[in-house]
Design a binder for this molecule. Structure first.
Ligand code: NAD
Ligand code: ZN
Length: 355
């Protein structure tokens, strides 16, 4: 399956399928005739599992591999610096290309290396997590600063995305859950048909068929693309992608990154936002059915009990997406119809207590 992505700055394809990464060499040969060298940026876990499936076809471009630590540790200044050193020491030039083999962390790192090395060289995303259906589309690339996540980055689009479903077969349950929460988010904010399909067809995340996985990723990517293609630099509707993230980010931060995966925290945030939507924006929704469904899929649906509501609120207020005094939430009027609402602190605290 191929999804065409059209942004203001670039047009490219997302190829989704089992074994699709085997087409990369042919893509390079026909699109980059003067290609001097490729740098593969990956992480320790993914290198061990999947590098051997990618490397053989690339030999004519003399590939160099830079292996970052797994997870969020890939997005530090030190790792960024090392990746650039690797590129320079191995004489990559402006006609070279970067392949990002890994999840969202590797994609963000490799994309930022590509955006900044010699003022920008082409890169290709080869996502290996479900969450990366989100991060690989939209052109945001970044590393972290000790003072904030994703604070140093760029808007930079890949030449293509090769989403090989074979690579997803090794994902641990927690990572599947994390990524699938964003799939569910994409359905809720834009596509009620897709949402109805999900709730009636997906009942075990550890036993997804390749068809279910492929359909879920393709739909999720299409929704993400809908919001970012019209709003590449995040001025308006792109904000709707933040559904569930206001409280989600606060829970993630308060729990300490690494305890809850991003998607697991966002799921709790979505349930909270759905509840607010019922009360404030006229959403008519079977929240009980939803909650039962996601619990069966393995998600937590309540705020971890030791977290303080006051601290969660102050984290929400620090969120760079809140404006002025009150916190801005994405709510739904209907499944598929998001709106932005500023909500007073007292109402938030009240709702957190009742939640
Ligand atoms: P990740 O890249 O850290 O991957 C999660 C874990 O799974 C890592 O430990 C990784 O080594 C492992 N892993 C990856 N692929 C695997 C596989 N096939 N089999 C077994 N293990 C595998 O994280 P993620 O959840 O994919 O993405 C989260 C990152 O994405 C965050 O840094 C977040 O900021 C970023 N993000 C970016 C955007 C964007 O628009 N750029 C959007 C959402 C999230
Ligand atoms: Zn997210």
């Amino acid at each position: 399956e191929t999804i065409h992505i059209q942004t203001v700055s670039k047009k490219y394809n997302v190829f989704v399928g089992e074994g699709i990464s085997q087409d990369i060499a042919a893509f390079l040969a026909s699109n980059f005739r003067k290609l001097t060298r490729v740098l593969i940026i990956t992480d320790e876990t993914v290198a061990e599992l999947h590098l051997k499936h990618l490397l053989p076809q690339l030999s004519e471009w003399n590939p160099v591999v830079y292996t970052a630590p797994s997870g969020e540790k890939a997005k530090t200044f030190e790792v960024y610096y090392q990746a650039l050193s690797e590129a320079l020491e191995n004489h990559l030039d402006r006609k070279s290309l970067i392949l990002a083999l890994g999840g969202g962390a590797v994609g963000d790192l490799a994309g930022f290396v590509a955006a900044s090395f010699m003022r920008g060289i082409p890169f290709i995303q080869i996502p290996t997590t479900i969450l990366a259906h989100d991060s690989a589309v939209g052109g945001k690339v970044a590393i972290n600063h000790p003072l904030g996540k994703n604070m140093i980055g760029a808007f930079y689009q890949p030449e293509a995305v090769f989403y090989d479903l074979d690579f997803l077969k090794s994902l641990p349950a927690k990572e599947i859950r994390s990524g699938f929460a964003e799939v569910i988010k994409h359905a809720l904010i834009h596509d009620s048909t897709f949402y109805n399909w999900l709730i009636s067809n997906i009942n075990d995340l550890n036993d997804l068929t390749m068809n279910q996985l492929s359909y879920s990723l393709v739909k999720g990517i299409q929704v993400k693309n809908h919001f970012v293609s019209q709003d590449e630099k995040e001025m308006g509707i792109r904000a709707y992608l933040n559904f569930g993230h206001t409280l989600g980010h606060a829970i993630e931060a308060e729990m300490g990154y690494g305890n809850y995966t991003h998607g697991e925290a966002v799921m709790i945030g979505m349930i909270f936002a759905l509840k607010l939507s019922e009360e404030l924006s006229g959403l008519s929704f079977n929240l009980e059915k939803f909650t039962t469904w996601v619990e069966k899929l393995g998600y937590q649906t309540k705020i971890p009990h030791h977290l303080s509501y006051d601290k969660l609120l102050s984290k929400m207020k620090q969120d760079k997406k809140s404006v002025g005094e009150s916190v801005r939430f994405v709510l739904l009027e209907e499944v598929g119809r998001p709106i932005l609402r500023e909500i007073d602190d007292s109402l938030i605290l009240d709702s957190l207590q009742k939640f």
